[in-house]
Design a protein around this ligand. Structure first.
Ligand SMILES: [Fe+2]
Length: 376
C-alpha cells in the first residue's frame, strides 16, 4: 500500500531567539559600484554580462500565496532517452553528483525537461557544461525555468533590472568582504538548502555562472537522502513526526544591516525533519544550519543538541558530498528538497564572482511514515 502523507500543522510556532546567523557572502548595495562593473576598474574588466548586474529596487511584494505544484519528474521516462540521447553522464561520487557534457539544457523538449527533473532528483546535483543559458535574453531563461515551478522572488538579493525572479550572487573585484569576513571567522562553510523558511521551498533549482575567479568559489553539496539513510533505524524513527521551525527573519535583518532591501515581510514556517520526495518517494533529512532554529515540542537544550548532531552529521559527511567546480558556461542543477549546499569563499579578493539563480518553488514539504529497512 502506498504510504500516507502525514499532515503538517497549519500555523508556524513563533519561536525566535538570539542566534549566531552565519552568511559569508555578505554583499549588497553598500559594497556595489555600478561604474566599476560597467566600465571596469584597476582590478577588473567590465562585467561579461552587464544585463545581469544587480539592482536593489524599493518595490515590495505581498506575502507568497500557496499554490499547487506539479512535479514534471513524475512523467519522466526512466531511461532518459530525451535527456541523454547519445550522451553518458559522468558520476562524480556514488552517492551524489553527476557531470554532463553534450546536452544543451535550453534546447530540451518538455519530455527532456521531465527527465531532467527526475535525473536531478536521483543524483541530487548535476553540473551541465558548455551551456548557453546565460547568453539567452533573461526572459527566455526564465521561461525555461518556469516549467519546473513558480518562480520564487527573493526577499533581499540583488536582481537584474526588471527581473526580480532572478536571484544574483555577485561580488566585485573591489569587494573586501573576504578579508573582512576572515577577521571574525575561521571558515565560510554555511550548509543550507535555499529559502527553507518559505512554506513551499524550491525543488529543481538552477545556478549558472556569469563570471568568476579562475579557481575558487566552488560549491559543495551533500545528499540529504544519504544523510537520512546513514542513521540507524531507531534514530530515524525518533526523527519521524518531528517538526522544525525554519526562519527567514535573520537573513532579512542581515540584509537591512548592510544597506540592502527587504521586499516582502520575512516569514518562518515549520517543516518535518524528514521529508519525502514526491517523485522518487525517497526520504531525506530536511534541516540546515542557516535557517533551522528549533525543533518543536522539545525543550531548547534538547532541540539544540539534536540539531547540532544533525548539522555536524551533514557537515562531516564528506562520503556523501560532492564538490562542483565552476567553469565558464556551467549550469548546476540541484534538487533543493534532497540536497544541501555551501558556497566556499576561498579565493582572494580582487576577482569578480557573478552567478544567477533560477529558483522554482515546489510542494510544501510532507513526510510519510517510517519504514523498516528492507532485509537482504
Ligand atoms: Fe544557496
Amino acid at each position: 500500500m502506498a504510504p500516507v502523507a502525514v499532515q503538517t500543522p497549519a500555523e508556524p510556532a513563533p519561536v525566535r531567539g538570539p542566534i549566531d546567523y552565519k552568511e559569508a557572502f555578505i554583499t549588497g548595495p553598500k559594497a556595489y559600484n555600478k561604474e566599476y562593473e560597467e566600465k571596469g576598474s584597476a582590478h577588473q574588466a567590465p562585467a561579461k554580462y552587464p544585463n545581469y548586474l544587480p539592482t536593489w529596487d524599493s518595490k515590495t511584494y505581498p506575502p507568497l500565496e500557496p499554490f499547487t505544484h506539479y512535479d514534471h519528474g513524475k512523467d519522466a521516462d526512466l531511461s532518459f532517452p530525451h535527456l541523454f540521447a547519445d550522451v553518458k553522464p559522468k558520476t562524480l561520487t556514488p552517492k551524489i553528483g553527476s557531470e554532463v557534457h553534450g546536452v544543451q539544457l535550453s534546447k530540451l523538449s518538455d519530455k527532456g525537461k521531465d527527465e531532467l527533473a527526475r535525473f536531478v532528483a536521483e543524483r541530487r546535483v548535476v553540473a551541465f557544461r558548455d551551456q548557453d543559458l546565460a547568453d539567452l535574453p533573461i526572459q527566455e531563461a526564465l521561461d525555461f525555468g518556469s516549467y519546473f515551478g513558480r518562480h520564487h522572488i527573493h526577499v533581499s538579493s540583488g536582481a537584474p533590472a526588471g527581473y526580480p525572479e532572478i536571484h544574483l550572487v555577485h561580488r566585485s573585484a573591489e569587494d573586501t568582504a573576504a578579508r573582512d569576513y576572515y577577521q571574525e571567522r575561521t571558515n565560510s562553510v554555511t550548509w543550507h538548502s535555499d529559502v527553507t523558511f518559505e512554506q513551499q521551498p524550491p525543488g529543481t533549482t538552477f545556478l549558472y555562472v556569469l563570471d568568476g575567479p579562475e579557481a575558487g568559489g566552488d560549491t559543495v553539496f551533500a545528499s540529504m537522502v544519504e544523510a537520512y539513510n546513514r542513521l540507524s533505524p531507531e534514530f530515524q524513527k525518533r526523527l519521524h513526526g518531528l517538526q522544525a521551525l525554519h526562519s527567514g527573519f535573520e537573513q532579512a535583518e542581515n540584509s537591512l544591516s548592510r544597506g540592502g532591501v527587504v521586499r516582502r515581510s520575512p516569514v518562518a514556517n515549520t517543516h518535518p525533519l524528514v521529508r519525502t520526495h514526491p517523485v522518487t518517494g525517497e526520504k531525506a533529512l530536511f534541516v540546515n544550519a542557516q535557517f533551522t532554529r528549533r525543533i518543536l515540542g522539545l525543550k531548547k537544550e534538547e532541540s539544540d543538541m539534536l540539531l547540532k548532531f544533525l548539522f555536524n552529521h551533514v557537515a562531516l559527511g564528506t562520503d556523501f558530498q560532492a564538490r562542483v567546480k565552476w567553469e565558464p558556461g556551467t549550469v548546476v542543477v540541484w534538487d533543493n528538497r534532497v540536497s544541501t549546499h555551501s558556497a566556499l569563499l576561498d579565493w582572494d579578493d580582487g576577482h569578480r564572482r557573478h552567478l544567477a539563480r533560477i529558483t522554482p518553488q515546489a510542494e510544501r514539504p510532507y513526510e510519510t511514515p517510517f519504514e523498516e529497512p528492507k532485509q537482504g
